[in-house]
Design a protein around this ligand. Structure first.
Ligand SMILES: Cc1cc2nc3c(=O)[nH]c(=O)nc-3n(C[C@H](O)[C@H](O)[C@H](O)COP(=O)(O)OP(=O)(O)OC[C@H]3O[C@@H](n4cnc5c(N)ncnc54)[C@H](O)[C@@H]3O)c2cc1C
Length: 454
């Protein structure tokens, strides 16, 4: 085999963790530089009966890109943007391309890739496809799934599998779940094949984008504003991001501006995008009807200001990682929920979730996230293994309540290894059987990303 397998302990250690804090040292690391090399590695793995876990940039929060057994296949050396076709608004890319790099490459064409995980500067397209990643703008444009037109995967036996979304607008042939193989791979977390190339849909950059930071007296008013913003015809938000009192504090600290609405109990960051002038007056009137003070509203206007808003949003998870770092050595870790409920139920769900956590003696979480989609992240700093267990007990109860409300246990980070135990809370026997059947069809020996999802 021309592609070398790294076995040096320091090289293996470099790939032993993702952001979840889970550690698993792979037996070997492969760093293919092309689709042909992925094929070669997967054939080699098949002949050795070796397990293979794909890894992009390893920003997974669920241990999904940690290899607990067998080899790790890193796509970091496959970071070529093969082609951007402005006429068809399509980009063809290798899986290791960072989303931020793709955005910069698309900008001169007046195009952008809609999925925008907060981690876009450090996470890969392959990881986004494998996790069906989403972000603030998902409110308007949907998650990664709807922006993948075609992909080439390499399967467990080393064969190449090309999948393209059907172009027909109607189809009555058989079960819907077999209509579109692209959908099998999006969100499959490396368990049925290695995505080695992808064709992505791009959108035209809107002529006008307005960002507003709107402080509110408390969480109840901020969340009621978010629901109203989804339902008021005069406005059309493309993102509605929530910050509780603590995370708004993180934002202020990052800005170096303690004077921004210092007594506010919550803040909502929103964007509206389109070709005409954004309706600033309508937004201010709506905010004021929920008690916001127009004088406290910060306007983020223009490319640079919008980039700054993204940086401030990213400061929240980054700060939580920093707060957790001192406890990693003693078995602690950052714990972040990824549940979502129907947006109108989010305020109630958050109150109930906080009550359950307090009843378990868990310190109050820091809450921020995509409340426009009914999707907050509750963040906990577990200082040791005992605290991890206590928080997990509380979260098991929270997640049962979320499912009873018609919610999901994982809205964007996937299930990976750490959250695999929650899968059976949500999926019934038939759904689990169908997932196992799909896995078995592509990976009968169970060698791909063992421990992920199932
Ligand atoms: C600070 C921070 C903020 C975040 N914000 C968001 C957010 O807003 N939205 C969101 O959705 N997520 C978010 N995440 C989670 C994470 O960044 C995403 O899940 C991201 O898509 C993972 O990409 P990655 O390249 O790091 O993948 P990795 O972590 O390397 O892998 C993730 C999964 O994808 C599989 N995989 C990777 N590449 C391939 C491939 N080529 N073929 C097959 N399988 C593959 C892996 O096996 C694994 O199962 C955040 C994480 C951090 C640390």
């Amino acid at each position: 085999m021309s592609t070398t397998l790294l076995r040096d302990p320091s090289a293996l250690e470099a790939y032993a963790r993702d952001v979840s804090g889970l550690r698993g040292v792979p037996e070997a690391v492969a760093r293919p530089e092309s689709l042909d090399e992925v094929v070669e590695i997967m054939r080699h793995a098949a002949s050795d009966h070796a397990c293979v876990t794909a890894a992009g940039a390893q920003t997974s929060t669920t241990g999904a890109s940690v290899a607990m057994q067998g080899w790790l296949l890193s796509t970091r050396a496959m970071a070529r943007i093969i082609d951007i076709d402005a006429a068809t608004r399509t980009a063809r890319v290798e899986p290791g391309v960072l989303i931020g790099d793709l955005q910069r490459a698309c900008a001169p064409f007046g195009l952008f890739f809609a999925p925008d995980p907060t981690s876009e500067e450090e996470s890969s397209v392959g990881g986004a496809i494998a996790c069906n990643a989403s972000g603030p703008r998902t409110l308007r444009y949907g998650a990664t799934r709807s922006h993948v037109r075609a992909l080439t995967a390499v399967l467990a036996d080393g064969s190449r599998y090309d999948a393209r979304r059907p172009l027909v607008e109607k189809n009555t042939v058989g079960y819907q779940l077999a209509h579109d193989p692209v959908d099998w791979f999006v969100g499959s977390e490396g368990t049925i094949g290695i995505v080695a190339e992808a064709e992505l849909a791009l959108l035209p950059v809107p002529a006008q984008v307005l960002g507003l930071g709107v402080p509110f007296a408390d969480e109840a008013r901020a969340l009621a504003f978010i629901v109203a913003a989804r339902e008021t015809p005069a406005v059309a938000p493309r993102c509605l991001e929530y910050f509780d009192v603590e995370s708004f504090g993180i934002v202020r600290a990052e800005m170096g501006d303690a004077s921004w609405a210092p007594t506010a109990g919550a803040m909502v960051y929103l964007e509206e995008a389109g070709d005409g002038e954004p309706p600033l007056d309508a937004w201010l009137a709506l905010a004021e009807s929920f008690g916001a003070n127009a004088g406290d509203v910060r306007v983020f206007d223009g490319e640079q200001a919008l980039r700054e808003a993204r940086r401030l949003r990213h400061a929240c998870p980054a700060a939580m990682h920093e707060r957790t770092a001192p406890y990693l050595a003693q078995g602690g870790r950052r714990m972040s929920t990824d549940w979502a409920v129907p947006p109108r139920l989010a305020a109630h769900a958050l109150i109930e979730a906080r009550t359950i956590c307090a009843a378990h003696g868990v310190p109050a979480p820091v809450v921020y996230g995509h409340l426009g989609n009914g999707h907050p992240h509750m963040n906990f700093v577990a200082r040791n293994a005992d605290e991890v267990r206590t928080i997990e007990r509380a979260l098991a109860e929270v997640l049962r309540m979320i499912i009873a409300m018609g919610g999901t246990v994982a809205a964007e980070h996937g299930i990976g290894k750490i959250k695999a135990k929650w899968l059976s809370l949500q999926a019934n026997g038939r759904q689990l059987a169908l997932m196992r059947a799909l896995k078995h069809e592509f990976d009968p020996e169970g060698r791909l990303a063992p421990g992920n999802i199932l």
